[in-house]
Design a protein around this ligand. Structure first.
Ligand SMILES: [Fe+2]
Ligand SMILES: [Fe+2]
Length: 273
């Protein structure tokens, strides 16, 4: 259990779920007692859910598959049918689907989430032989950044460099994702909640929020795809990088042990020219 010790003393914002319930107040200490209270506050778990491919999210995923980078990947790999078959296995409770649809008002975060999900879906076809592991990797890609949308838009869209306080707030988003998912599942040990918490930790313990040495290959895969997409996307503070430049940075991360070699090699084969 992560919260036997506090992650950090407190969180920096009021955290609200999509049912408008405040699940953590600003300056709330995140410790085992708080998690206990959060789970008691959680709604009844939903018994059924819907397939992601039967929601509007599938149309958005298909639009991204038609973009040049993905057309290149899917043509080269001839994997479009496998990819769609893989996506068909994701079933989500309605609350998670609502959260994803709500995320659309944060255009960059929503697009980023879907790009990562597609990259992870293609990569996991070869990286994970087990269907359950593949399904978890894709589902965790869809939910990992739920917490980002609780950070004030003015900070997310800020054109210049972030100040130290704003930067710290951004680095708390895995904790927000964890709390939201723990609430939605009424379970802080749920694999999606746990993966969201560690999706910015790396293989040598220099990530955040805790600086764990990460061994969870699904979280490491999401982290790698996350960096790749971030580098390839133009941001208010820097232009988009080319595929080669982005791969160059990920290669350095691989050489220093932050990314497992087999994950990087697979990505390079997939997106390289
Ligand atoms: Fe993130
Ligand atoms: Fe992300």
């Amino acid at each position: 259990m992560f919260f036997r010790k506090k992650i950090k003393d407190m969180i920096s914002i009021d955290l609200t779920a999509i049912d408008k319930k405040v699940i953590a107040r600003k300056n709330q200490a995140i410790d085992a007692d708080f998690i206990e209270c959060l789970l008691q506050m959680a709604p009844e778990p939903e018994s059924a859910g819907s397939a992601i491919v039967e929601t509007p999210i599938m149309q958005h995923l298909q639009m991204i598959m038609e973009m040049p980078d993905f057309r290149h990947i899917l043509k080269k790999e001839k994997r479009k049918n496998d990819l769609i078959e893989n996506l068909q296995t994701i079933i989500f409770p309605e609350r998670l689907i609502d959260e994803l649809l709500w995320m659309q008002r944060f255009e960059y975060v929503y697009h980023h989430t879907l790009v990562i999900t597609l990259l992870v879906a293609v990569l996991s076809l070869d990286l994970f032989t087990n269907r359950t592991e593949r399904r978890l990797a894709m589902a965790a890609s869809l939910t990992h950044d739920f917490g980002i949308t609780r950070i004030p838009k003015a900070i997310l869209d800020k054109p210049g460099r972030l100040d130290e306080q704003e930067f710290q707030l951004i680095r708390e988003h895995p904790v927000y994702s964890f709390l939201l998912l723990s609430y939605y599942f009424s379970d802080s040990t749920n694999p999606l909640a746990q993966t969201a918490f560690v999706h910015h930790e790396d293989g040598i313990g220099t990530g955040y929020p805790k600086g764990f040495k990460q061994e969870n290959s699904i979280a490491l895969l999401i982290r790698m795809c996350d960096i790749y997409d971030a580098l390839k996307t133009a941001r208010p503070f820097r232009p988009a990088m080319t595929t080669e430049q982005a791969l160059g940075i990920l290669q350095e991360e691989t050489e220093c042990g932050k990314i497992p070699r087999r994950l990087f090699d697979r990505l390079q084969t997939l997106v390289g020219v």
